[in-house]
Design a binder for this molecule. Structure first.
Ligand code: MG
Length: 398
């Protein structure tokens, strides 16, 4: 249906109505790397979000995992559903605090774009492979995906996102790399903060993964309700559910408990952050950036409870022997693929071989390694296994 919005007297929605003075506003944006005309009916951060959703790296998140391998079961979180959960939490909190909901959503949806296959294990394996070539860090890789690797637009590589979205994607960065990154890296050298939307997306990420790992861990049978009784955050919400609904089937007990845990953490985050922002009263986003510490965060009590939960998950779930077996396999698959492609670039598909030769011409051996790492990091869990088979299994014809 063809409509001409311009001829109507519809009240068009402003993307940034009702924002706090310290929120990220388009008027104060540091802009995009390549100048573009402004979008007609969207805000700049809405455009960032839309570009992220339409990217190839975003679609691949469906087949990448954090703790479990993608094909272990259809019920577990993937990086895609994780990113959507992070965006949901970030948007709720942003709206409550009068921050820029579109920006926090864009950051949340982009934050894991650079993740390797096989979650933490894959990242460690690739980092070990890249030890002599500048290392591999998924956070920096997310930035590399949105700045360089996506090939979709006629006039630039990457997605040409706004500074504020890129600032949010780059959560941490060591000093030598920060120096290379110019304006974006400067805050790591000057010990400054990112905007509140970026701070928020970071916390939303933590809330999402801690809670869904409890849920997935229970479903997988790797952790038990008895073990979780040791954890204050779980125990209190669990007791509340059991009191209110004695005899409730365990699947529902778990969900009622986990939703209360998320709610407790989000409520605490809103209230503690609000109090901190109120006390400091930053005039604008530059005052937020210049403040010596982040303003978005839990209360001290909740930070302690959150740490206790994280310690538990590290010990009981991430170091569980079944997770460790998977990690060992991941290390082997990634290590072997890296070595074989470093050794012989002709084994790569033509597009990747061209990237290897291009980066090798520019940066020598480290450039070659970076291009191989880009290829491996872009793989989904199942693609990495299939590629490993194609390269190493003599029974498999190409
Ligand atoms: Mg994440």
């Amino acid at each position: 249906m063809a409509t001409d919005m311009g001829n109507r007297s519809l009240p068009l929605g402003g993307a940034e109505r009702g924002l706090a003075s310290y929120a990220a506003g388009e008027a104060h944006s540091r802009g995009r790397r390549f100048r573009e005309p402004p979008p007609k009916y969207r805000g700049e951060y809405q455009r960032d979000r839309d570009r992220i959703i339409h990217s190839a790296a975003f679609r691949r998140l469906e087949y990448k995992t954090q703790v479990f391998v993608n094909h272990e079961g259809d019920m577990f979180r993937t990086r895609l559903t994780h990113s959507i959960e992070v965006a949901q939490i970030a948007r709720s909190v942003a709206r409550t605090l009068h921050l820029n909901e579109d920006l926090s959503e864009a950051i949340a949806l982009a934050h894991d774009l650079g993740h390797t296959p096989y979650g933490h294990a894959g990242q460690e394996a690739l980092n070990a492979c890249m030890k002599n070539y500048g290392g591999f860090e998924h956070n920096l890789q997310s930035l590399r995906v949105v700045d360089e690797l996506e090939e979709r637009y006629a006039e630039f590589s990457g997605l040409n996102l706004t500074f504020e979205t890129r600032e949010g994607v780059l959560k941490h960065c060591a000093a030598p790399k920060a120096r290379e990154l110019g304006e974006l890296g400067r805050r790591f050298l000057d010990k400054q903060q990112p905007g509140l939307e970026a701070q928020l997306a970071n916390l939303a990420d933590e809330i999402a993964y801690n809670n869904h790992d409890v849920d997935d861990g229970l479903r997988a049978g790797l952790i038990t309700l008895e073990q979780l009784q040791e954890i204050e955050l779980f125990r209190a919400q669990y007791a509340e559910v059991m009191n209110a609904y004695p005899g409730l089937p365990s699947r529902r007990v778990i969900h009622e408990t986990v939703r209360r845990m998320i709610n407790r953490q989000v409520t605490d985050l809103v209230e503690a952050s609000h109090a901190r922002v109120d006390a400091v009263a930053p005039a604008d986003i530059e005052a937020v950036r210049a403040h010596p510490a982040p303003l978005i965060g839990f209360s001290d009590a909740m930070r302690e409870q959150n740490l206790e939960l994280k310690r538990f998950l590290r010990h009981a779930l991430y170091q569980h022997y079944r997770v460790q077996r998977m990690s060992a396999k991941a290390r082997r698959v990634i290590g072997e693929l890296f070595a074989v492609f470093m050794d012989d670039a002709h084994l790569l598909p033509p597009e990747q071989e061209r990237a290897v030769l291009r980066l090798e011409t520019q940066h020598g051996r480290a450039g070659r390694a970076r291009a191989v790492a880009d290829y491996i990091a872009g793989m989904t869990d199942r693609y990495a296994i299939a590629e490993h088979e194609r390269v190493f299994n003599p029974q498999q014809l190409t």
